[in-house]
Each structure stands twice: as structure tokens, then as C-alpha cells.
Design a protein around this ligand. Structure first.
Ligand code: PHE
Length: 344
């Protein structure tokens, strides 16, 4: 009987230690300690033993019972601890952490698209300073100091009182046209260039005007450039950018650095021409100034106006972006609120 007890103990312990779930453990407990469990049945045999052996075997049987019970309860504790840890590790019902993925600012997206469209028709891209001299922003563009057209571009001058620069000589550029002189001084025709960039004006800020906004200048010079080339390029651009249905309208306008000069309007795509605050209820949005480069401008950069002709245009890039994204307020473009930016 002693050997049988030891045999039951050994098989119980090895099964318990191999067991890896609580349900099976419960079954093992019944199998050994239950009412008709292996150990219980053996214990029932005890009274049948001769008296002199009963004491010794009785002690052994108690030990075996105690060992099995203890091992089972240790295993139970271990498995239930493991279970609660596992739950944390693999609980698939806990929502994941979504990483924030950044993207380009709507202004930059529009800029890249513009550059892409002009590159297809042979335009190169240039860049230039935002703090500019009076010469490149005005004089080189046939706008002398006393010219009335200066009034239309309220200028922010840089305070140069603590420097050697004369007052009124340095300003925040009011137009990307400043780059016409800078570039044409350096390169020989023929060329086709676009220059995107920020410009600044002392303006009353409202839904369609900002004191800081973006433009891009485009200009091309060659021997046989005509006004119709300008119209063709402008129409090509707007149809590619806004879709083939976009209408473009040209109206005579004076800019001292072009002759003849024009302004172009496109059909408002915020209201589809019906009229809204953005197009001042006209159905049309003024989007660019353009014209044939004035002979004086070409002379200022040593290009012979009798041999070469060119066209130039300046487009409101910020305005393009608001139209593209149907924003009815230009100020949304400079608002850093993520709730706005995440929509584009
Ligand atoms: N620079 C002008 C403006 O900002 C636009 C323009 C550019 C007009 C080129 C004619 C030619 O209003």
C-alpha cells in the first residue's frame, strides 16, 4: 500500500506540474482527491490494514494528500496570475494608438501643383528675397518714386534708422515682380521662368485680402512673343488647375511695367458663378495681372526691346488655394489651427 501511495503521489505531481490551464487542474483535483479519486479510494482501504501498519501508512497517506493539495493550490495560483497578465498583453479589445501622420500644408500642395503645370510647358522655377530694395520692387519696373501706381501697393518699409541704408530704400516686397529685374539682369533670352513667393502689403485684412500673401510671377522673353502667347499660357494654366470648364476673362488694366496690360478673372468656383462674399457677388474672381513687358523694363536689364519681346503675369497663389479648397476666407490659410489644417 505504501508503494501505491507513492505511485499515486508521483503521477499526481507530474500531471499537476505539466498542467497549463485551470480547467484541467480542476479535473486533476477530482481525479485524485474527489469522492472516488485515486487517493480517496486508497485511503478508504486504510482501516483494512493490520493494526501495526496502520499508523505508518496512515502518516504517509496524510503526507501524500497534503503534498497533492499544496501542489494543486500552488499551480492554481500560478495559472491564475499568468492568465491575468496574459489578458493585458493580448487583449485585442483595447483600442490601438493611432499615430499622427503629417502632410503638406494646403498652400504647399497648391504650389507644387502650379510648379508641375508650368514645368510641363518649359518654365523654370526661381526664388528670391522677401526683403527688397526700392530699385527692384519699383524703379526697375518702370515705377519711379513719384509714380501714382505706388499708391496701389501700400508698402511696408524696413526701419533702417540704425543702419547706413537710406530711409525708404529697403522694403518688404509688395510683388514677386521684383524678380523680373533680378533675373533678367543675369540671364540672356530666350527664357521662361516662374517665381513663387511671399509678398507683403499694408492692407486692411478681410476675407479676400491679407497683409501677407503668396503670389507667383511668370515671365517669358524671346524674339517672337506676342500677347496671344500670354493668353494661351494663362488659359492653359487655369484649365489644367481648375478643370477644362473654367472660364477666363481678360480686362484692360494699367501696370507701369507692362504695355498693354490686363487683369484676368476666372469664374468663381466657390459659388460656381452665382455670387458669394468671396467674389463680391460678381461670379468672377480677379486672379492675376499681366501684360507685355514694357520696353523700359527690358532696357533697364540691357535686353534690346527692338529684338526681344516678353510677357509677364503675377498670380495670387493664396487666392488660388482658397478657390481650390473652396475656403470663403483667405485667413484660414495662415491659421495654424490643426482642426483646419487636417481637413486638407
Ligand atoms: N505685380 C502685379 C501685382 O502684384 C501683377 C503683375 C505681374 C502685373 C506681372 C503685370 C505683370 O499686382
Amino acid at each position: 500500500m505504501g508503494e501505491e501511495l507513492i505511485g499515486v503521489k508521483n503521477s499526481a505531481l507530474s500531471l499537476i506540474l505539466d498542467c497549463d490551464n485551470l480547467k484541467e487542474l480542476e479535473e486533476l483535483k477530482l481525479q485524485f482527491l474527489g469522492r472516488s479519486g485515486k487517493l480517496t479510494l486508497l485511503l478508504k482501504e486504510l482501516p483494512k490494514l493490520p493494526l501495526e501498519k496502520r499508523g505508518e501508512i496512515g502518516r504517509l497517506a496524510n503526507e501524500v494528500k497534503k503534498t497533492i493539495e499544496e501542489t494543486i493550490s500552488q499551480a492554481q495560483e500560478k495559472l491564475s496570475n499568468q492568465n491575468s497578465q496574459n489578458k493585458i498583453d493580448i487583449d485585442t479589445t483595447i483600442p490601438g494608438i493611432k499615430p499622427d501622420i503629417g502632410h503638406l500644408h494646403p498652400m504647399t500642395q497648391v504650389l507644387y501643383e502650379v510648379v508641375d503645370i508650368f514645368k510641363r510647358i518649359g518654365f523654370q522655377v526661381a526664388d528670391g528675397p522677401e526683403i527688397e530694395t526700392d530699385y527692384y520692387n519699383f524703379e526697375a519696373l518702370n515705377i519711379p518714386k513719384d509714380h501714382p501706381s505706388r499708391d496701389t501697393q501700400q508698402t511696408l518699409y524696413v526701419d533702417t534708422r540704425n543702419s547706413r541704408i537710406a530711409a525708404g530704400e529697403t522694403l518688404l516686397r509688395t510683388q514677386t515682380s521684383n524678380m523680373q529685374g533680378r533675373i533678367m539682369e543675369k540671364i540672356k533670352p530666350p527664357f521662361r521662368i516662374i517665381v513663387p513667393g511671399k509678398v507683403f502689403r499694408y492692407e486692411q485684412v478681410d476675407v479676400s485680402h491679407g497683409f501677407e500673401f503668396q503670389q507667383f510671377e511668370g515671365f517669358a522673353v524671346d524674339e517672337n512673343i506676342k500677347m496671344t502667347d500670354l493668353f494661351g499660357v494663362i488659359e492653359y494654366f487655369f484649365k489644367k488647375f481648375f478643370g477644362e470648364k473654367t472660364k477666363v476673362r481678360f480686362v484692360c488694366h494699367n501696370f507701369p511695367f507692362v504695355e498693354p496690360g490686363a487683369e484676368a478673372y476666372i469664374s468663381c468656383n466657390v459659388c460656381k458663378g452665382k455670387g458669394c462674399t468671396f467674389c463680391k457677388n460678381s461670379g468672377w474672381v480677379e486672379i492675376l495681372g499681366a501684360g507685355m513687358i514694357h520696353p523700359n523694363v527690358l532696357r533697364n536689364v540691357n535686353i534690346d526691346p527692338n529684338k526681344y519681346h516678353g510677357f509677364a503675369f503675377g498670380v495670387g497663389l493664396s487666392r488660388l488655394a482658397t478657390l481650390r479648397y473652396q475656403m470663403d476666407d483667405l485667413r484660414l490659410l495662415t491659421n495654424p489651427d490643426m482642426r483646419i489644417l487636417e481637413q486638407f
